[in-house]
Each structure stands twice: as C-alpha cells, then as structure tokens.
Ligand binder design. Structure first.
Ligand code: C2E
Ligand code: CA
Ligand code: CA
Length: 552
C-alpha cells in the first residue's frame, strides 16, 4: 500500500488525500451507524435481543476496517514525509559542502555570506571576507601524494575552525583555496587582524602525520563591507566583497606570499594595469615586439671583451621600451615564458653567429622553464638548428631554480654540460642555495649579485659579502663574474680581489643587436658572415681588445 512512484509526488499526494477522505467518511458513517447497530449487536451476542440488520452490521465492520486503513495510511504518510525531508536535507548538505573537509563549498559560500551580512546588518555589525590560499601546497601533493595533501587540508580546516567566532562560515573554494566570512563590530577591523595573525601563528606549527611532517605557509586577502572608521562602505553585494578579497590575496601573493593584506582601491587599478600588460604581452609576442639586448662582459684584468649577456626587452608601441623585471614575471605566470625565451634565443643565436667566435653568449633562464623536463633537449635542438656552437653558450640560472626539483635540474645541467654548454649560478647570495648544493651541482661559474657589488662604491667600504663569495668561489674552484660594475671605484676594488669577469654600466648600457654590431665592427670582431666566424678570424684579432668606456 505504501508503494508509490517516487518520481510522481503529485500522484502520491492525491492518493493520500483520497485515503484521508475515506477515513474521515468512515468515521462519520461509524458515528451514524454505530448508534443503533452497536447496542443491537451486543444484545444479540448476549442472546438478549433480536438479530441486528446484516447490512448494517456489514456496514459497521466496513467502517471499522476503513478507519484502521486510514489510520495506518496516515502513519505511513507521516513516516514517509519525515524520510523525504531527511533525504532532501542530506542532498542539500551534500550540494552545499565540500566532501573532504565538510566546510561549505564555493556554491554555498555566496549564499552564506549574504545571510551573514543580512544578520550583521540588523545588528549594525560589519562583515569581513577572508580569502586564503596555501603557498606551497602543490609541492606537498607532488612530493607526498594526494592522500597526504588531503590529510593536510583536513587538519588545516580544523585549525582555522578552532580560531573562528561561532557565527563565522568557512568554505573550501577548491584545491587549496579557502575562505571565511565573519561579523565584527564596525570600526574594529583590528579584531579581524588579530584573528588572522593568530591564524598565521598557528601555521608555524608543522602538520604532523604518522609518516611525515610538512610545513605550510598561506597568503590571505581581506575585504570588509565597512570602512576602517566604521561607516558603511560602498560594497554593494557579497560578490563584490569576495572579488575584493581576491584582489587583496593576489596582492599578498605578489608581495612574496606568507602575508596578508586588506583590500585597497589601488589594488584594483594595479590589477587593471596588469591585465593590460598581459594582453599587451600576448599581442607583442605575436607581433615580434620582444627583442634581445646585450650587455658586455669583460675580463677585469685585461679589459678584453669576452662575451655578452642577453637581456630581453619589450619594445611596446604604446608603452615604449620595457624592462624584463616587468614582463618576465607576467610571462611566467601566464605560461608564455618558454615561447618568449625560445624566440629571443633564436634571435640571439642568429646575432651572435656574426660575432667573433671567441665571444660567449649568456642567456637567463627562468625557473619556470626548468620545470619542463624537455628543456635541455629543446635547447640543444635549437643550437643545432641555429648552427651555434654549444661551447659559446652559457645559461644563467638563479638559486630559486634549485628549490624546486633539484633532481630534474641536476640532470638537465648534466646533459647541457655534456654538450659543452656552460652553466652559471646567477644572483648568487640572494637566494638560499646551500654550500652542499654548490658542491654537488656542477656549475661552471658564480655570478655575484649586483646588490653586493654596489657596496664597493664607497672606497672606504669593504664588502665582506663580496670577499666571502670570492673566497668561496676560489675554494670551490669556480670562476666568478661580478655584475653591476657601475664605476671606477667598484672596478678598482674588484681588481684587488683577483681574477674576475665583470659587467655593468661602467662598460656601457645594454644595447640592441645593431649597437653590438657596430661596436664589434669597430673592434674588428665581426665576422660579417653569420656562422663562419672561426674561418674569418685573423691572427691579429686574437689579441684582447680594450674597450673604451661608453657611459650612458
Ligand atoms: P640579471 O640577470 O641580474 O641582469 C642584470 C640586470 O642588471 C639587467 O637588468 C641589467 O640591465 C642591469 N644592470 C647591468 N649593469 C648594471 C649596473 O651597472 N648597475 C645597475 N644598477 N644595473 C645594471 P635588466 O635587463 O632589467 O634585467 C633584469 C633581470 O631580468 C635580469 O637580471 C634577468 O634576471 C631577467 N632577464 C633578462 N632577460 C631575460 C630573459 O631573456 N629571460 C629570463 N628568464 N629572464 C631575463
Ligand atoms: Ca643574469
Ligand atoms: Ca644578476
């Protein structure tokens, strides 16, 4: 009897109404018939009266049966309704929560934020929305597997939850992205700061699992629907609030991660500018607006030009000549660095083939490029295609490359070196490479970062760091290049420190291929015939050429 088509609740409800109607009618009938029939039947049973009317007795029995039927149906109905409600609630919960952490999910967070803002508004309170992103979570997943990653996320959620006020709502927006929304007394945003600071403190404790212990950092972006002075801000809806927290988070990431920022209006314009740059870079790459510039590298002792470092430039028709410090990080982020770098290399190989065969070409390689396991193969292929001798190429990698996948980097370095390419460790001293890495990785050269070299500007100022790096290089038998040689004072200070290569504005600003061509032509160091450098060289040109000081 309880069977019903679950897909057709209308039918079931209709039948339920009929059942209820029958039961009610049966009760009315019972009242009508039971009055005369019941005493008669009782008397007949006791042998004291005449037989009651059979039709009426049957009607009475039918009535009773119908009432029992109706009652049972009613009970089944209430049970069914309760069950359906439970199932609905379960489905709703599943649709609204993240199955791993039991937090809200992206879908339900918007509604939860709306609700909380509504409640807070009634009490005259402000609401803060906080976006959280883990800084190094991918590494944990990659190194220890997804189950370890999942366990960390669950523990993290517990830590966050433990700090949140009762009314706050926590959501996992996806992957390693979380958010919470909390009310606070308007004008007291410092309460939110306090909470966030405690959250950062809690992150200093490593996440312990039976098999391993991992450390995590996070970046946080905050936005509030009230201004700092407690007045209601211009935020119109929850979506805007979330978007602002997102921009603040992006800012925190850009500032170097493991920190938090409140949203500020300037972030929005910065982001707009960045998006313009991004579009410009995509377009510029398609239009060939990226070109190599070259900075001279000189033997400090003899003053001879020994090679060039290629430095990328973007000649944007709208913005002018742009430095790689601006566009390289964006190209890395939007996945264009490989393409950009390969185009620049092709141009640089073509340019450098016209130079004297003794001149080397140094190229900066981004850590992002080294994540590609085929990087070395692709580079070697390019060298072959350009007919450029590998021994004339030096690639510069920074210490940050060494944090990522040291095994992969090592094997790449090995295969490039096997072909004769030289490997230099750039910006040495600014990262965290250990002595161990320096000893184990087969570098051919260390480049002393210009921030240290510039300390030598003041003749009375000895740079202990430069001295330390130089003696380290000697100890490890590694040649050194000092970058950022800007003036004679620096030059003289370096000269007293032994044999080095040097580069910097003292020898001239980086120039484009044409500039280098005329410079080399004047010095008789241009082969004139691309790719045929060695054959063209005359004995006299093997002498080191002293370079005139070309100040900017
Ligand atoms: P870097 O490798 O440290 O390059 C040296 C930077 O210092 C260059 O800036 C150069 O113009 C500047 N410089 C040279 N001499 C002096 C000096 O005497 N004083 C001062 N103050 N600065 C000097 P640039 O060209 O803006 O390059 C910035 C960074 O961009 C480079 O730093 C390098 O890490 C990166 N980069 C350049 N080209 C490429 C490229 O093609 N690919 C990749 N991945 N990164 C590149
Ligand atoms: Ca460099
Ligand atoms: Ca450098």
């Amino acid at each position: 009897m309880t069977e019903h088509n679950p897909d057709d609740p209308l039918k079931a409800a209709e039948r339920d109404i009929i059942a209820l109607g029958i039961a009610v009618a049966a009760i009315i009938l019972l009242i009508g018939t039971a009055g005369p029939v019941l005493p008669q039947t009782m008397a007949a049973l006791l042998g004291e009266g005449r037989q009651p009317d059979v039709v009426l007795v049957n009607a009475l029995l039918l009535n009773i049966a119908l009432i029992i039927f109706g009652w049972r149906r009613y009970r089944e109905l209430t049970r069914e309704i309760a069950e359906r409600r439970r199932a609905e609630a379960r489905a709703q919960l599943l649709a609204a929560t993240d199955p791993l952490t039991q937090c809200l999910n992206r879908r339900s967070m918007l509604e939860a934020t709306e609700e909380l803002r509504g409640r807070a508004a009634v009490r005259g309170e402000a609401v803060a929305y906080c976006m959280i992103d883990l800084d190094n979570f991918k590494q944990i997943n990659d190194m220890h597997g997804h189950s370890a990653g999942d366990a960390v996320l669950v523990m993290l959620c517990e830590r966050i939850r433990a700090l949140l006020p009762r009314e706050a709502r926590l959501a996992r927006l996806g992957g390693d992205e979380f958010a919470f929304v909390m009310p606070y007394p308007a004008g007291h945003a410092d309460r939110v700061d306090d909470l966030v600071i405690r959250l950062f403190e809690s992150m200093t404790q490593p996440f312990r699992m039976p098999e391993l212990t991992v450390e995590l950092t996070m970046s946080i972006g905050l936005a509030a629907d009230h201004d700092a002075d407690g007045t209601i801000g211009l935020v119109v809806d929850s979506a805007t609030l979330m978007h602002r927290a997102d921009m603040a988070l992006y800012h925190a990431k850009k500032q170097g991660r493991n920190r938090y920022f409140w949203f500020e209006a300037s972030m929005e314009s910065e982001l707009r500018f960045r998006n313009q740059l991004e579009t410009g870079i995509r377009r510029g790459l398609a239009r060939g607006e990226f070109l190599p510039f070259y900075e001279q590298q000189v033997d400090l002792e003899t003053g001879a030009l020994v090679g060039f470092e290629m430095l990328a430039r973007w000649r944007s028709p709208q913005l002018g000549l742009i430095s790689p410090d601006i566009f390289v990080p964006i190209a890395e982020e939007i996945g264009l660095i490989n393409e950009m770098s390969e185009r620049l290399m092709e141009q640089a190989f073509a340019d450098a083939r016209e130079w004297d065969d003794s001149l080397t070409l140094s190229i900066n390689i981004s850590p992002v490029q080294l994540r590609d396991p085929w990087f070395a193969q692709r580079l070697l292929k390019k060298l072959v295609a350009a007919n450029f001798p590998p021994r004339r190429l030096e690639i510069e990698i920074t210490e940050s490359c060494l944090h990522e996948n040291i095994g992969l980097v090592r094997s790449m370095i090995m295969s490039l070196r096997n072909q004769g390419v030289q490997i230099a460790l750039d910006d040495f001293g600014t990262g965290y490479s250990s002595l161990e890495q320096l000893r184990n990785l087969p570098f051919d050269r260390i480049k002393i970062d210009r921030s240290f070299v510039s300390e030598l500007k003041d003749p009375s100022n000895r740079s202990r760091i430069v001295e330390a790096i130089i003696s380290l290089g000697r100890g490890l038998d590694l040649p050194l290049t000092a970058e950022g040689v800007e003036d004679e004072a620096i030059l003289n200070a370096l000269r007293s420190m032994g044999r080095l290569k040097a580069q910097g504005y003292f020898y001239g600003q980086p120039e484009d291929a044409e500039g280098v061509r005329s410079r080399l032509k004047a010095a008789g160091k241009l082969t004139g015939m691309p790719g045929d450098a060695a054959a063209q060289r005359t004995a006299g040109e093997d002498e080191p050429t002293l370079y005139r000081i070309a100040r900017p």
